[in-house]
Design a protein around this ligand. Structure first.
Ligand code: FE2
Length: 395
């Protein structure tokens, strides 16, 4: 095993020297106090962080933008185009695209991925479940959310397919309440999701209120279910864009419920920057969840890349820093402390669905990213590839 000295490197809030030996962090000392040993790799300056984590993506649909182009750019056409192409997909096709996409994530420093998988497409479920050992060999974790893209109550058979995806190896129960036929059926779908998760001891991750409709009020139901079932820390609500359009008094009530319940909000700025406001003639709403209000209240907020060149979003390279970069614009988080928080989210709050961020301390495994700058603003400016260490080895 190799040995490496990082001199004058940022680690957390400190600037220190870090020696990695035999795959673990052997020593952390004051900056510029350790000398490189003969033959030891020596890196100076920069920032050591845990690897990044992706809390929300769709590996089954990734890299389909050419085969299922979205001409209108709307969410509705994206769903329709995916539904049209999904029956023609093969296990091998889904595996190949998902593996390529996962390697893209890894190349940008991300070693944990939570992917939704459409439960109406059993081929996709089979492919992604079978991909877990492949990603483990790459040093990556893959969690799968059983995601009923077109709802579980809108048509016969969808609920059975959703349950079958859990039986087939999905780890997390998904739902899409705002896409069910009525508000009541949306809340009924949430009850079914929480029932299933509670019965199986699973987590919940819902595409929740991804609409500009201010009357889409499923997030408060998610919070209530989470409180009543004591599931704090095991529930994620993704998107929550309707919150942008809630009247302020109602938004304040919901934000407080989010904090009380321990539900994590995952925002997906790349997709929602192009998908929201499509029914507006002007002014066009940003249609983004209220990140600053959630932060101020003490809520946990994660940042997902979401789509990678798929029927909903034609761009993206699986670089989570790009999602952070857009969030800085989209949520107006351009203050220095805000940019720092946005960047840090990628390697702290984004690990929450996986049980928390790895700790970089003496005696811990040296699986981490080294960034060439120690300043979040400059990392957002340049968005460089980090050097990735898995158990002390560059990968
Ligand atoms: Fe999504």
């Amino acid at each position: 095993m190799s040995s490496c000295l990082f001199s004058n490197v940022r680690l957390g809030e400190d600037t220190v020297d870090v020696r990695v030996s035999n795959g673990v962090i052997a020593k952390i000392a004051s900056a510029k106090t350790l000398a490189a040993l003969p033959g030891e790799d020596h890196i100076q300056d920069g920032w050591l962080t845990p690897p990044l984590a992706e809390p929300h993506c769709h590996l089954d649909a990734a890299l389909l933008a050419d085969r299922a182009p979205n001409h209108s750019g709307t969410l509705v056409e994206g769903i329709a185009n995916w539904a049209a192409i999904a029956p023609s997909l093969t296990v091998q096709d889904v595996r190949d695209r998902a593996l390529t996409t996962a390697k893209m994530y890894k190349s940008w420093g991300c070693l944990r991925i939570r992917s939704h998988v459409d439960t109406e497409c059993p081929v996709a479920v089979e492919a992604l479940v079978s991909l877990k050992p492949d990603l483990a060999e790459l040093g990556m974790d893959l969690q799968l959310v059983a995601f009923p893209q077109r709802g579980i109550l809108r048509a016969p058979g969808r609920q059975d397919a959703w349950r079958a995806a859990i039986d087939a190896g999905c780890d997390v129960v998904g739902a899409i309440p705002h896409y069910e036929r009525t508000h009541d059926e949306g809340n009924a779908s949430l009850k079914l999701a929480f029932d299933l998760a509670e019965a199986r001891g699973l987590m919940v991750d819902v595409h929740c209120d991804e609409t500009d409709d201010p009357s889409s009020r499923h997030l408060e139901r998610m919070c209530a279910e989470t409180i009543d079932r004591a599931m704090a820390g095991r529930v994620v609500a993704g998107h929550c864009t309707a919150m942008h359009s809630y009247p302020n008094p109602h938004a304040a009530k919901v934000v407080a419920l989010v904090v009380e319940s321990g539900v994590q909000i995952v925002t997906n700025p790349l997709d929602n920057s192009v998908l929201q406001g499509r029914y507006d003639n002007g002014p066009v709403r940003r249609g983004h969840t209220r990140v600053k209000a959630l932060w101020a209240a003490g809520a946990s907020v994660g940042i997902g890349h979401d789509s990678v060149q798929d029927p909903w979003y034609p761009l993206g390279t699986a670089n989570l820093v790009d999602a952070a970069y857009v969030l800085v614009h989209y949520a107006q988080c351009s203050g220095l402390a805000e940019m720092e928080r946005v960047f840090r989210t990628l390697w702290d709050e984004n690990h929450r669905p996986f049980g928390g961020a790895p700790v970089l301390a003496e005696g811990k495994v040296a699986t981490m990213c080294w960034w060439p700058q120690s300043d979040a603003r400059m990392l957002l400016v340049h968005r460089p590839r980090p050097t990735i260490y898995i158990a002390g080895e560059v990968t």
